[in-house]
Design a protein around this ligand. Structure first.
Ligand SMILES: [Zn+2]
Length: 180
């Protein structure tokens, strides 16, 4: 088992109608669902904040643990997810990267499962997807971002984030290349 799909924060609060909505965030759901069967291992992160987090000095209140806003988008085939990694769980903790999850150690888990290559999807491109992708390459994983499977908030910031990720060795692929 060398590849895994990693879905970043595809939660209600990051989708239109949510508290920190990413424009078109829900449009990636069918792409992510379509990718699930192509991977032997499907993993997801969740933003999972306490109500009193320092994180909310920079952001509107979102993804408070155990609330509807922190639930996966209802269209996501979440029953196919093998393991969920909860991040931003402490009041002093932003938790942008899935590698900062506190319920399980993502790096250790991937190594245990023999995963060497990650395919990332989710929200938002220039924040949690970026932080997770950069952490993953620095930890020695081969990282691919599925272009149709991510959405960002600000197009200028997204462009900058993509340039930075490319510089750091993140690879960008199309859903179409995977749908064979
Ligand atoms: Zn957050």
């Amino acid at each position: 088992m060398s590849k895994a799909l990693l879905i970043i924060d595809l939660q209600n609060d990051f989708c239109p109608g949510g508290k920190l909505a990413v424009p078109g965030g829900d449009e990636i759901v069918p792409v992510v669902n379509g990718l699930m069967d192509k991977f032997p291992l499907v993993l997801a992160s969740k933003d999972w904040h306490p109500e009193d987090s320092v994180h909310f000095e920079s952001w509107p209140l979102h993804c408070v643990r155990d609330t509807e806003g922190a639930a996966f988008h209802p269209g996501l085939r979440s029953e196919e997810i093998d393991k969920i990694f909860l991040k931003g769980t402490e009041s002093k903790d932003d938790g942008y990267s899935a590698f900062e999850a506190t319920n399980h150690d993502l790096e250790e888990y991937l190594k245990e499962k023999g995963v060497e290559e990650l395919y990332l999807t989710g929200l938002a491109t220039e924040y949690c997807v970026r932080a997770s992708a950069l952490d993953a390459v620095r930890k020695g994983f081969k990282v691919n971002i599925v272009l149709e499977g991510v959405r960002g908030i600000d197009s200028t910031d997204v462009e900058k984030a993509i340039e930075e990720m490319e510089r750091e060795g993140v690879n960008f692929v199309s859903y179409l290349d995977l749908a064979e």
